[in-house]
Design a protein around this ligand. Structure first.
Ligand code: HEC
Length: 120
């Protein structure tokens, strides 16, 4: 057994190395495109959903005193906060109701939108 596989390697050492190189290159390409897919997307749709938030939270301008600014927020923590409002895990006066108006992907798109903005 051992002998067979060893001679198999010896027969095509360069092809094996080239294949490995190709495989590594393909993996790098795949993970690069995976990263690209994971990039926050800021579509026109996301911007219009987010517009519903800026009346209270401000947009790229600073929010009114006492209100959290959303622009420049950390994407994952904002998304988690929105899910917590939606599920009721986080007590809120209005956000619990508002967050229920969006499905999870829409909330993610909204978080992507604000996190891609500059902090005011
Ligand atoms: C009617 C005013 C109003 C609107 C519109 C509004 N919010 Fe809020 N938001 C609040 C208030 C008030 C709080 C504090 C929690 C509470 O009592 O509901 C809050 C809290 C938050 C927080 C937590 C901030 C922190 O750092 O604690 C996030 C995130 C948030 N809102 C996101 C959004 C998003 C996204 C939208 C749009 C889909 C939105 N809000 C629309 C009033 C609003």
């Amino acid at each position: 057994m051992t002998r067979l596989s060893r001679s198999g390697c010896a027969l095509v050492p360069s092809a094996t190395r080239a294949d490995r190189r190709k495989a590594r290159w393909l993996l790098a390409l795949l993970s690069a495109s995976g990263l690209a897919l994971g990039q926050p997307s800021d579509t026109l749709q996301a911007r219009s959903w987010a517009a519903a938030c800026t009346g209270c939270h401000g947009g790229e301008e600073r929010a009114e005193p006492g209100m959290a600014s959303l622009a420049g927020a950390q994407r994952e923590s904002m998304f988690a906060t929105l899910l917590d409002f939606k599920s009721g895990r986080l007590q809120a006066t209005v956000m619990q109701q508002l967050a229920r108006g969006y499905d999870d992907e829409q909330l993610r798109a909204i978080a992507d939108h604000f996190s891609s903005q500059q902090q005011p």
